[in-house]
Design a protein around this ligand. Structure first.
Ligand SMILES: [Zn+2]
Ligand SMILES: [Zn+2]
Length: 367
């Protein structure tokens, strides 16, 4: 069938709204009519070919929508279900079986390869197959064929367009805090980078009962947002020394838990140096390949012996963690609407630009 998609044609260029063809469903696949899709950093670096996803490509991997048709063998979902999609994984390898699907042996191929494992794509442009399986989703489009394993049913009474980002950006930040750090109540926490991922981590630190919550960023509007959503202190790293400020705020001890969502190696160094004795810091923001972090490991070992973790997709299994975030949202403890700015689908390039400039925390295009 003909659908409308935003297609990345050339590296760094604007996405073009085009008519493309969506193939018939394969066994296990579900056709989703998209209601909203979040814009995530991975979409931007794929468009810019930092990650060499084959172009032309329909990107988008924070989709939420309504099941319109189910393929042969689909058992868990039916037409009319409201769904949101998590990242792609094989569901069969040892790490998937161990509940760690973000470390799936096929994670790279299944999320950035652009086509199904059999080499086919559900999407064609002018009769030729293009990348139409980005993260197994390609949701910058009115419709997408998605494996039912990646889809999580959500309550129909909720504003569906808000729930797409649960599948990647929100899960990454909140998961790193709730799954990886698992902070003790009344502990101290710092987040470096108060974008959508960092703020999701901050909200999770509030949920976990941290009582000292420090947000570090260089964009004043993001720091204001962090204060609104539960930060007890903010540090503007444009004109303040983050390590020194964190020491001052914590009475010289450093923070017990920290999240680096910035994607800049120098910030990873700052985070490591800001931790208390046996503090735990987790990196989720990916610096560009080749951007190496400097660590004085000898000094760190003797001064604080911190734990440092590098984590993908918040160590989360989407089928368990997305419903957990939905329940927190329903309970008023995870205000997704505070993160999201909506844009009509036609304005998707503005949405991406606003995300890059830090004007919008989490842009969601709506259909
Ligand atoms: Zn796997
Ligand atoms: Zn993402």
């Amino acid at each position: 069938m003909d659908i409308t998609a935003a297609v990345a044609i050339e590296a760094g260029g604007p996405l073009e709204i085009r008519t493309v063809q969506l193939a018939e469903l394969l066994p296990g696949e579900v056709r989703v009519r998209l209601v909203g899709t979040g814009v995530c950093h991975a979409d931007v670096i794929a468009r810019d070919q930092v990650y060499p996803v084959p172009l032309p490509a329909v990107l988008g991997h924070e989709g939420a929508g309504v099941v319109e048709e189910v393929g042969p063998g689909v058992t868990r979902l039916r037409v009319g279900d409201h769904v949101t999609a998590g990242f792609n994984h094989c569901g069969r390898c040892a790490r998937c079986a161990a509940g760690l699907p973000s470390y799936c042996e096929e994670f790279g191929a299944r999320n950035f390869g652009g086509v199904r494992p059999d080499g086919t794509s559900p999407v064609s442009l002018d009769g030729a197959p293009i990348t139409g399986w980005f993260f197994g989703q390609s949701t910058f489009a009115t419709h997408a064929n998605i494996d039912e394993r990646l889809l999580v049913a959500v309550p129909a009474e909720l504003p569906l367009h808000l729930l797409g980002p649960l599948g990647c950006g929100v899960m990454t930040g909140a998961g790193a805090v709730l799954n990886t750090l698992d902070p003790q109540p009344a502990s101290s926490f710092a987040v470096f980078g108060a974008g959508a991922v960092g703020i999701s981590g901050l909200l999770a630190a509030v949920v976990a009962g941290c009582t000292t919550i420090i947000a570090v960023d260089v964009v004043p509007s993001r720091l204001d947002k962090a204060l609104e959503l539960g930060a007890t202190h903010v540090v503007n790293a444009a004109d303040q020394d983050a390590e020194q400020m964190i020491r001052e705020i914590t009475g010289g001890k450093g923070v017990e838990y920290a999240l680096d969502a910035a994607g800049v190696s120098a910030v990873f160094t700052q985070m490591a140096n800001s931790l208390a004795v046996r503090g735990h810091g987790v990196l989720v923001g990916a610096p560009a390949p080749g951007d190496a972090a400097k660590l004085d490991v000898g000094a760190l070992l003797t001064a604080s012996s911190p734990r440092l973790s590098l984590v993908l997709e918040g160590d989360a299994a989407p089928q368990e963690f997305i419903p957990c975030l939905v329940r927190l949202y329903q309970a008023g403890r995870f205000p997704l609407d505070e993160l999201v700015t909506t844009y009509p689908f036609d304005d998707i390039n503005t949405a991406i630009t606003d995300a890059e400039r830090g004007v919008a925390l989490k842009p969601v295009v709506t259909f």
